[in-house]
Design a protein around this ligand. Structure first.
Ligand code: FAD
Length: 454
């Protein structure tokens, strides 16, 4: 039976970040995902590398500072996958905060970044409307401007994985679902099944790590891992709007009537709008947006951009994901207030589970776990290896100048970037925002030509 020191179940950002750290530290590791890598929560985020201005309200200063440090690190390490962008927080007559309060909060935000953020500013009404001409002028007092990162979440996950797989002792398989685990001496036997061929495989692992995000509470009992539910799953949806749907040069942060936050972020020749926050208890895999959720976001947009023609025809596509929020002791708070802290669980001596946190802080969370596992394998853990640049970048960058998509380039992407399906290619390797099923051409190439390259 084949042996690995560590088997990681789940190839979202946490699985990819962990395999990278372990592989760089010389650990023989296998990562398995039942879908494409990064095809669940880690491609359904608001695509922000951020400290979270709103977490300042909860006095989560440590979390904000850590996240800002990570944001500024990835902006330097992967400029082809992320960029810093201006966000505007409009202030109205009825807003909860006075301008001086917002200014103080934004100063604190910059302070916590060790002044690595581009500096915040306060704008009057006219300056605000110059940048966001579509914004409702009635009652507008001005806005606070600050900077956060915008990231291609799916691709950063993929590139962390590619970096890991350069190491000869790291392996990964997509479309392979873990279906059984058996506790044996010195570890676990793990059985997984190819969802493409139906073939089953059993391997031995010294340690099994679950980075299965929102799926964890449902999965672990099925695999007979000792586990009590730890999550408060919370669904969030987003819309990709046509670029002319709203006239805004910068990103806008809107406060909703139910005191939530909706971001409007121009990027990838379109506008990303999100998100919602609703409890969820049904099937969580490949979750989609409901009409009610789409209407809710359109309603918020209509309130703030009353003169923009916004309806279903403004929408290019929608997507949804589930925040794997960890339940706090005696949890009674609204979902929006559940803290984004993370937790490492050890259900038994050979199993770990990493839950919660934010996309932005994945390197810190997976580093904490790697630091615990590596010495248990008799090796010395070097914490700084993940500060090095990623060594295999995507052939089609998300931001900046893109090469022309030719049949040769397509074949190379499919071969070297671990593509299995047409959807993997469209959504995660080419970072297109259109629904793959509705495409007639792909960056100028007819769909039949693209499909014939597989
Ligand atoms: C709406 C929304 C907005 C967000 N916005 C932001 C943001 O702007 N910035 C930020 O920092 N964070 C944000 N987050 C949080 C962030 O997206 C998550 O914390 C992060 O993506 C979680 O990653 P993960 O790897 O733990 O989970 P996932 O990406 O869900 O990965 C888990 C993987 O486990 C796999 N799996 C499940 N069962 C099995 C099995 N039996 N066998 C093999 N594989 C299995 C799944 O296929 C999946 O790929 C947001 C989250 C949501 C939902």
């Amino acid at each position: 039976m084949k042996h690995y020191e560590v088997v990681i179940v789940g190839g979202g950002i946490n699985g990819a970040g962990l395999i990278r750290d372990l592989a760089l530290n010389g650990v023989k590791t296998l990562l398995l995902d039942k879908g494409d890598y990064s095809s669940q929560t880690s491609e359904a985020s608001s695509k922000m590398l951020h400290g979270g201005v709103r977490y300042l309200e909860n006095f989560d200063f440590g979390l904000v500072q850590e996240a800002l440090e990570e944001k500024n690190l990835w902006l330097k390490l992967t400029p082809h996958l992320c960029f810093e962008r201006d966000f505007y927080l409009p202030l109205y007559n009825y807003s909860k905060y006075a301008p001086w309060m917002l200014g103080s909060g934004l100063f604190l935000y910059d302070f916590l970044s060790h002044f690595q953020n581009r500096p915040f500013g306060m704008l009057n009404k006219e300056q605000t409307l110059q940048t966001i001409p579509s914004l409702e002028p009635k009652g507008l007092k001005g806005s606070g401007k600050y900077y956060d990162g915008v990231v291609d979440d799916a691709k950063l996950t993929l590139e962390c994985l590619y970096d890991a797989l350069i190491e000869p002792h790291a392996e990964a398989k997509s479309y392979h679902e873990v279906i059984e685990t058996k506790r044996v001496q010195d570890g676990y036997e793990v059985t997984y099944k190819s969802l493409m061929t139906g073939e089953k495989f059993t391997i031995h692992a010294s340690f099994v790590v679950f980075t299965t995000g929102p799926f964890t509470d449902q999965l672990l009992p099925k695999l007979n891992i000792p586990w009590s539910p730890q999550l408060v799953p919370s669904k969030g949806i987003h819309l990709w709007l046509k670029p002319d749907a709203i006239r805004a040069q910068g990103s806008v942060v809107l406060t909703t009537r139910d005191n939530r936050v909706v971001f409007v972020i121009p990027q990838r020749d379109s506008i990303l709008v999100g998100t919602t926050e609703t409890p969820v208890d049904q099937e969580m895999f490949n979750i989609t947006a409901t009409d009610g959720e789409v209407q809710y976001l359109l309603g918020v947009l209509k309130q703030y951009f009353p003169n923009s023609k916004l309806d279903h025809s403004s929408i290019i596509s929608t997507f949804a994901g589930i925040r794997p929020l960890v339940k706090a002791e005696g949890h009674t708070e609204a979902l929006g207030k559940v803290s984004r802290f993370h937790k490492i669980f050890r259900p038994d001596s050979h199993t770990y589970v990493l839950l919660g946190g934010k996309y932005t802080t994945f390197r810190r969370m997976t580093g904490e776990l790697a630091q615990e596992i590596v010495p248990r394998l008799g090796k010395r853990y070097l914490p700084n290896l993940t500060l090095n640049p990623l060594r295999q970048t995507s052939l089609m960058p998300t931001f900046g100048k893109k090469p022309e998509l030719t049949v040769n380039l397509l074949k190379k992407i499919i071969k070297t970037e671990r593509v299995t399906t047409f959807e993997d290619l469209i959504k995660r390797r080419l970072s297109m925002v259109e629904n793959p099923a509705s495409l007639e051409t792909v960056m100028g190439l007819p769909v039949e030509v693209v499909k014939s390259c597989f």
